[in-house]
Design a protein around this ligand. Structure first.
Ligand SMILES: [Zn+2]
Ligand SMILES: [Zn+2]
Length: 214
């Protein structure tokens, strides 16, 4: 957890693929969102209630099965909207099937979503979050950028020392590299990067040492 006067961000690593779900909240207003609730619904629900937050929405960076497996559990507690770029809607619709091919069981998420659009500004209480369209790993991939807080929740686009895989359906490595350069490496070096798997990093550190970005 990163305590701060103005925001709460905590990372909850869930499921067999060790996916990072993020709880982002405005603690002053007690309002929160869950980003990429991939598995272990009861644990994520406890993370929200344990802080005394009210859940306002679920945001998805993309709809690979390891990022959506807890939506059904969460929506039984709070019937909140799920935000997703429409290009990832087919992935969401077939999430349980895709998981089954990896011999992983998830509850099929409900498929109703609200559309995310490039450049859209979302809010959580007083926090403003800018949607950066970053296709390449998945066709509708979004990164969520908080400029004042200098952090980006990057999903499966950019990792510490690596980048997202592009061998899955809809993947495109050239497009991924363009997304990373235009939408992420253009941010200030101090910007924290919180990825969908593995540890956090910064834009500056990845510019200096990420072997995929040479
Ligand atoms: Zn993914
Ligand atoms: Zn993932």
């Amino acid at each position: 957890m990163l305590p701060n006067m103005n925001y709460h961000l905590s990372c909850h690593t869930v499921g067999p693929l060790q996916e990072n779900c993020y709880l982002l909240a405005d603690p002053d207003q007690g309002v929160a969102v869950l980003i990429d609730p991939g598995d272990e619904g009861p644990r994520l629900i406890k993370a929200v209630t344990g802080h005394g937050f009210t859940l306002a929405a679920i945001w998805l960076t993309h709809a690979h099965f390891d990022h959506v497996g807890a939506i059904a559990d969460i929506k039984e507690v709070w019937d909140v909207p799920v935000y997703l770029h429409p290009a990832d809607q087919p992935l969401l619709a077939h999430a349980a099937q895709a998981a089954a091919r990896w011999e992983i069981a998830i509850r099929q998420p409900p498929t109703e979503t609200l559309p995310l659009t490039p450049g859209q500004i979302l809010t959580v209480g007083g926090l403003r979050v800018y949607c950066r369209y970053t296709p390449g790993h998945a066709p509708g991939h979004m990164a969520f950028h908080l400029s004042r807080e200098e952090l980006v929740i990057a999903g499966d686009v950019l990792f510490r020392g690596s980048i997202g895989r592009t061998d899955l359906p809809g993947g495109d490595q050239e497009l991924l590299l363009t997304s990373i350069r235009q939408e992420l490496l253009s941010l200030p070096d101090a910007t924290q990067v919180w990825p969908g798997h593995g540890p956090a990093t910064t834009i500056g550190a990845e510019k200096r040492s990420n072997p995929f970005l040479r």
